[in-house]
Design a protein around this ligand. Sequence first.
Ligand code: 13P
Ligand code: SF4
Length: 309
Amino acid sequence: MPAVATVTEQIADLKRERRAIILAHHYQVDEIQELADSVGDSLELARRARDFDGEVIAFCGVKFMAETAKVLNPSRVVVLPDLEAGCSLVDSCPASQIRAYKLRHPDHVIVSYINTSVEVKAESDIICTSRNAVKIVNSIPADKPILFLPDMNLGNYVKKESGRQNMTIWQGACIVHHTFAARKLVAAKSEHPQAVVAAHPECPAEVLRHADFIGSTSAIIDWCVAQPAREYIVMTESGVSHSLKKLAPEKEFYFVANENCNCSECPYMKRNNLENLRDALLNLSPRIELDEETIRRAALPIERMLAVK
Ligand code: 13P
Ligand code: SF4
């Protein structure tokens, strides 16, 4: 009797049949990162999706990332294993409120973090990610007022780094990073006095104040791998430990639990698993479907971001 194929083998077969690529964010479960063609931060995955010339993009991340892939490469089929893989930042910022803001403030340049719905992107002037947010804000003429949305912590960080004063910041937050408490980080530092600290800019200012390095998920991984230190406190979602352990097995990485749970996991990112990835490749569903006009309007600010050197 032939052996029953494992889920991983089924995924590999389906990937070949469908001419698919599997893109995974660093916050995906280990098993998905292990079989992905590319693991990266939101900017790297957007670029990889744009350049893909096969048929199907299986996006293992959250919905706004899969939407961005579809906008950048609309002739591909883009599947997301679970359409409920959302993001609290997206939820904090409905497109109707941005349209209303634009009517009241027609002179403002709308700089939107990539963690927004495709409808909000369509209302935006330029997109940024945690990797390039300071550079994007610096690319806007100094006399132009900015609305930066939706993450208040990233906005405050960018304002501080760029020295930009004419910048209004939306008051959205990430349920994972915003609930990291500085007192827990301080406790971790006293428990591991030799450790250096890397943090994602979605963390509150009182956490970032203790960081030796601030950057996107991939930038955090690259920094930890390159540093001479042996111990690290990592203030982001614990999925990055997969690459960290692989790339720097001799080092120790400590994660601080956030206030919502005894972990530092994004519940949206963790909705994807091997089974629903296999099913998505099999059924080509759930699929990201966007109308042409939304794609056209959302592509402009994303392409503007990608053009900033
Ligand atoms: P990165 O762009 O750093 O991958 O971050 C995405 C994200 O959702 C962080 O919470
Ligand atoms: Fe959104 Fe936070 Fe999850 Fe990133 S970690 S997808 S910002 S809820």
